[in-house]
Design a protein around this ligand. Structure first.
Ligand code: F6P
Length: 334
């Protein structure tokens, strides 16, 4: 086997890139920042780190960062660059100030690690100021079209699953029904994965607006089959959430239920290997995309390869949940 060629051609003459993290943090964002910094350095390109996402870009909160600044970060959750949901960036004036800061810092291209809200911000910067931007999918929700998975999703699933396993212990001991809410404002990807891996009785996701009342029959059947305790998974975005499902069960069956809303715990912690590897690959690919002269696209992973998807498609086209998993969850709850 020959050594891989590690230097990438630089036809666009890229000299300096900026990188920021934006929106909800996701485990693996640090691994992505590290990959950007080290890929750029390896190819003789400087990196400016922007703190607090687009808010920091607007305020000019920026500094040159190098490979040693990202040492010992690949295993850390959160984001060393900090993140924010910026209001100033929603106005053209706010974005103009940010574009000026990038020019003042002699930055040739911006890499934005975040979800669809962050990609909107990057897209407008490109449209209004012609500034080269590349998106890296970083969100636990896994809800971006054009990539099989997003950075942080795998870790969030493991964290939620660990909680489900623990709740199952106490649920079984008390012969209770546990209704567990996982994150996913508009998407049921985490919920479906956790439902199958956690052996749930039923799962509710925003992509399927089935009526909540159906759960009453499911719980009654489970009781008739001799199941004294059950786990029900509800995605945050399902109308009424876990509280609504729990109320329906209690009113329809008289059974004792408990609700557990896992919340932000799913966003923290050490990224699992799949998130670290995905982040490393996509951080590298983002720098290469700028060097190749690409802009206004997200780098993603599809079927083992790197994809480049126009940013607007990542939110305009809907990424469906895995319907096979949905079916499997139902089949196995017999
Ligand atoms: O987008 C990631 C996410 O964790 C969603 O699942 C959740 O609805 C939202 O962020 C919560 O956002 P915040 O941290 O601003 O409350």
């Amino acid at each position: 086997m020959t050594e891989p060629q590690t230097h990438h051609p630089n036809p666009s003459g890229l000299k300096r890139v900026a990188v920021l993290t934006s929106g909800g943090d996701a485990p693996g964002m640090n691994a992505a920042i590290r990959a950007v910094v080290r890929t750029a350095t390896h190819n003789g390109i400087e990196v400016v780190g922007v703190r607090r996402g687009f808010q920091g870009l607007h305020e000019g909160d920026m500094a040159l960062i190098g490979p040693r600044d990202v040492a010992n970060t690949i295993q850390r959750g959160g984001t060393i660059l900090l993140t924010a949901r910026s209001h100033t960036w929603r106005s053209p004036e706010g974005r103009a100030k940010g574009a000026q800061n990038l020019r003042d810092w002699q930055v040739d291209g911006l890499i934005v690690i975040g979800g669809d809200g962050s990609f909107h911000g990057a897209h407008y910067l490109q449209q209004e100021h012609g500034f080269p931007v590349i998106g890296v999918p970083g969100t636990i929700d896994n809800d971006l079209y054009g990539t099989d998975h997003t950075i942080g999703y795998f870790t969030a699933v493991e964290t939620a699953l660990d909680a489900v396993d623990k709740l199952r212990d106490t649920g079984a001991s008390h012969e209770r029904i546990f209704v567990i809410e996982v994150m996913g404002r508009h998407a049921g990807h985490i919920a479906l994965e956790v439902a199958v891996a956690g052996g749930a009785e039923e799962v509710f996701i925003p992509e399927d607006a089935k009526p909540v009342d159906g759960v009453v029959e499911i719980v009654k059947q489970s009781l008739a089959k001799g199941k004294a305790s059950s786990i029900i998974i509800v995605a945050e975005g399902y109308p009424g959430g876990a509280e609504g499902v729990s109320k329906a069960i209690h009113e329809g069956t008289g059974q004792e239920t408990r609700v557990s809303i896992l919340g932000h715990i799913q966003r923290g912690g050490t990224p699992v290997s799949s998130d670290r590897v995905l982040a490393s690959r996509l951080g590298e690919a983002a720098v290469y995309a700028l060097m190749d002269g690409k802009s206004d696209v997200m780098v993603g992973r599809q079927g083992g390869g790197i994809s480049h998807i126009p940013l607007h498609e990542t939110w305009e086209k809907k990424k469906d949940v895995n319907r096979d998993l949905y079916r499997c969850a139902k089949t196995l709850s017999v």
